[in-house]
Design a protein around this ligand. Structure first.
Ligand code: CTP
Ligand code: CA
Length: 237
């Protein structure tokens, strides 16, 4: 990325990137999680810093901190929401690359949940499987869009991993999601079994609100995709 790094076109800009899959705890040793590696978010932070931006990376990933980036470590969707909302104040761009869990366990057990429970006065063992009740997490991206109102700042970028299905193609799902979310750009990642998660190369489509223009990127490294995303953000600043 020698030429890309030579571009200081994000100089003076403050950007926020979220990265990684959130972990929603069930008890002190267990959580509900997802396969997001955090690689794309970390690559976005690294690329922005290389292009001169001041970068806050809100990350649930254990990947190393990119050079010149401030990291706020988080674990849960609620922690991520608080950290992103705080960092977004006065920022020029927020990129939501994190895979935020849509649901979290309704209850947190402060002791490790045991396989077998002793129940009743007779001490008979309960061998039944527990049922985990879930509740909705806040939609952080939708909250950011709602909070910026008519001002139009910061620029907000969403990510979506989609598969084609009976309801529509990857791009149709992406368009519908962009309209629903109201963000400025949506980076749509085509996923399937064994594809994309944790891999080094991926293919994405960058969709713009209010425009039919699609930018196809890849197969390319996460670093190349990161630079393509910042290229798409620049005209919106
Ligand atoms: N997102 C978020 N908060 C959530 C869920 C998602 O901010 N609780 C953000 C993600 O970081 C991503 C975008 O929303 O930038 C799209 O996430 P995705 O899971 O594809 O969208 P959902 O609206 O959750 O729809 P789906 O039912 O397809 O999961
Ligand atoms: Ca989701």
């Amino acid at each position: 990325e020698a030429t890309a790094s030579a571009r200081r076109d994000l100089e003076g800009r403050r950007v926020v990137v979220s990265a990684g899959g959130t972990r929603e705890p069930l008890d002190p040793v267990r959580y509900l999680g997802n396969r997001s590696s955090g690689k794309q978010g970390h690559a976005l932070a690294e690329a922005a810093a290389a292009r001169g931006a001041r970068v806050t990376l809100v990350s649930s990933s254990s990947l190393p901190t990119p050079v010149g980036v401030d990291v706020v470590p988080v674990e849960t969707a609620l922690e991520l929401e608080a950290a992103v909302t705080d960092a977004a104040r006065g920022a020029d761009v927020v990129v939501m690359a994190a895979a935020v869990a849509d649901f979290r366990p309704a209850a947190y057990a402060d002791h490790k949940i045991k396989k077998t429970h002793a129940t009743g006065a007779d001490g008979s063992a309960d061998e039944s499987a527990p049922v985990v009740e879930l509740v909705r997490n806040p939609d952080v991206l939708a909250g950011l869009v709602a909070a910026r109102g008519a001002a139009g700042s910061p620029v907000i970028v969403g990510f979506a991993a989609e598969t084609g299905d009976a309801e529509g193609t990857v791009l149709e799902h992406g368009r519908a999601k962009l309209a629903r979310k109201g963000c400025d750009l949506l980076v749509v990642n085509e996923v399937g079994v064994g594809v994309t998660f944790g891999r080094d190369d991926s293919t994405v489509h960058i969709l713009r609100r209010g425009s039919d223009t699609v930018t196809d990127v890849g197969p390319a490294s996460k670093g190349e995709i990161a630079h393509a995303v910042w290229d798409a953000v620049l005209p919106l600043l």
